[in-house]
Design a protein around this ligand. Structure first.
Ligand code: A2P
Length: 273
């Protein structure tokens, strides 16, 4: 099982979980069941993925107790009001077949104009009723988060696209300053050729690991939560087997250099541990 990070709401979020985009219901049921059997406990879905029913079926098929799982979903922008979020939650919970969600996220901040704050307020109301266990945002920039903080709510998690080619250093610093955990979507840089990069391959060879494992280790070793999607049983298993080796500070920094927005980060000491 993956180690966890404690959120300020008190919940324990595993550092490594399963992403389920773009699986349909049937594929999601199979993949989620297999992932849980393999040892995954964090499952990430969304209203927008249209597979919550399949995810729920996979969860039930696995036979693992609900309280041992960490189920995450997100709602679309038409629900950005306190009542709207309640309705969205009820639909998702019913499709998933659960009576609470561990982490509920606003999927996208847009349209802005305050609705991205109202959406978070809606989640906070559900938290008070015990229907969600942690408050999440997704794709929120620091300016969006600032407005949420100004409204007196501190999200537990902000989920953003993040990988060694997009290390998002400034956003992570903002999150850290406010105790918000950063979760990486498309942590393997889906389709970008990241896993074929020479630097990634060389580090993988040095550790006797695969490029995917090296990149996922890069995330979790920096305290980032990663949710790679794989429906391939072998890759599903290897993506979880990243807690028994360590990258050096120099290797972490070398991977960051792949990023176009990383010109300001090149101090290997920053990543020492
Ligand atoms: P597959 O499902 O066939 O394993 P991301 O989560 O960054 O968006 O990446 C998901 C993509 O990466 C999927 O296409 C998935 O394909 C592939 N993938 C997942 N794990 C690995 C891995 N360890 N090595 C190579 N490709 C992977």
């Amino acid at each position: 099982l993956a180690p966890t990070v404690q959120l300020h709401s008190g919940a324990h979020l595993p550092l490594l979980g399963l992403g389920t985009w773009p699986l349909d219901d049937a594929a999601a049921a199979d993949t989620v069941n297999l992932a849980i059997e393999t040892g995954y406990r964090l499952i990430d879905t969304a209203e927008n993925y249209r597979n919550e029913k399949g995810v729920g079926e996979g969860i039930r098929r696995s036979g693992v107790a609900r309280e041992d799982l960490f189920i995450t979903t997100k709602f679309n922008r038409e629900h950005h009001s306190v009542d709207g979020v309640r309705t969205a939650f009820e639909t998702s919970a019913s499709l998933l077949g659960v009576d609470y969600v561990d982490l509920l996220l606003v999927h996208w901040p847009n349209p802005d104009q305050g609705s991205h704050v109202e959406a978070v307020r809606g989640i906070a109301a559900l938290l008070e009723q015990g229907l969600v266990r942690a408050i999440g945002t997704s794709n929120y920039k620091p300016a969006h988060l600032r407005a949420v903080l100004d409204a007196g709510i501190v999200p537990d998690v902000n989920q953003i696209q993040l990988d060694p080619q997009r290390p998002r250093i400034e956003e992570r610093a903002f999150h850290n300053e406010h105790g918000i955990v950063t979760e990486s979507w498309s942590p393997l840089g889906q389709g970008s050729g990241l896993l074929d990069e020479q630097a990634v391959r060389a580090i993988a060879d040095a550790h006797g690991r695969t490029p995917g494992q090296v990149v996922l280790r890069w995330h979790v070793q920096q305290g980032l939560v990663a949710i790679p999607k794989s429906s391939n049983p072998e890759r599903l298993a290897q993506n979880l087997e990243i807690f028994d080796f360590e990258l050096s500070g120099e290797e972490l920094a070398r991977l960051c250099l792949l990023g176009s927005d990383s010109a300001d980060v090149i101090d290997a000491d920053e990543f020492g541990h």
